[in-house]
Design a protein around this ligand. Sequence first.
Ligand SMILES: NC(=O)c1ccc[n+]([C@@H]2O[C@H](COP(=O)([O-])OP(=O)(O)OC[C@H]3O[C@@H](n4cnc5c(N)ncnc54)[C@H](OP(=O)(O)O)[C@@H]3O)[C@@H](O)[C@H]2O)c1
Length: 319
Amino acid sequence: MSYLVGSPGPNGFGPASTAEDVTRGLNLEKLTIMITGATSGIGFEAAKALAERGARIVMPSLTMKEGLEAKDKIVALTPKARIVVMKLDLSDLNSVRNFATEFKQSELPLNVLMNNAGLSLNDAPRQTKDGLEMMFAVNFIGHYALTNLLLDTMRSTAKDSGIQGRIVIVSGGVYAKFTPPGGIIFEQLVGSKNPYYGLTGYSQSKLACIYHCLELSKQLEKEGANITVNTLHPGAIRTGLVHMKGIKGYISDNLPSFLFKTPQQGASTQVFLAVHPKAEGVTGKYYADCNEYFLEGEAHNTELLKKTLKWADEWISTH
Ligand SMILES: NC(=O)c1ccc[n+]([C@@H]2O[C@H](COP(=O)([O-])OP(=O)(O)OC[C@H]3O[C@@H](n4cnc5c(N)ncnc54)[C@H](OP(=O)(O)O)[C@@H]3O)[C@@H](O)[C@H]2O)c1
């Protein structure tokens, strides 16, 4: 896929399409959409475009301050925007559980869950307070636990509203090239000696996100829950996530901007999957540039998929 070519794919959208393009003409007033990591980057652009079309946005934020600042920016552009800010730290399973409880107490419906928040550590490994590698914790485990805790609300919203629920999991194309040999090395995910940071650690967390989508989509289809689950690569976008320090940062900051999507373009694929009528009924798929794309390498490793989700279930039930 090339960001330079920019020609639209079969559904009429392509790499140059923005979140605004894919929502043009849609009335989303009936939808409540939760977007993790919407305080900056492509999550913010997704929230902005969806709020403008009338959706109620639930914005779980690492700090209330950042969440409220993001809300103010959107309300300044769209005064009628409905935005609910709540606190959530995806690296902390207690915070995930507290957030889910608080959300359920609010009695809000939930039509769409967009697992967008992400972390890429380029400088040094970091662990959560439970000792888990930080990118695996935020990008995958936190979202996996959050999704499971919100599924009942999504099931009942889909049933009561008659509107198909949608879960959108933001992965990243790097999963195909930079995972360590063996895909995910569980023995080294826990403890201060884990060597995973930079692209290797980031990639294995994004591979796990793909496994989450493939398994959950099957499970929900089998149970007839009327909820789709899809995953995607948003493109290469110059956000805080890809910013590096030192010489690497200098080099990447000086790469020509035509090699990157804008944040508005970067948000389009997840927004398409979240609300576009052409994505209705689509489930268990991987998208890029707003169109279906093929999975490769370890994404087809069904043994590793099973092992990863079993590992995640055990980790969550014991922490
Ligand atoms: N940019 C790219 O080229 C690219 C490529 C492929 C995939 N992606 C994926 O796209 C998604 C969005 O990334 P982005 O590029 O928009 O990056 P970004 O601007 O850095 O946004 C990341 C968001 O995640 C939030 N977040 C980080 N740690 C969190 C935690 N512990 N709990 C809750 N929220 C947390 C951040 O909140 P704070 O601001 O408060 O830290 C921020 O809102 C990520 O999943 C990323 O992996 C991006």
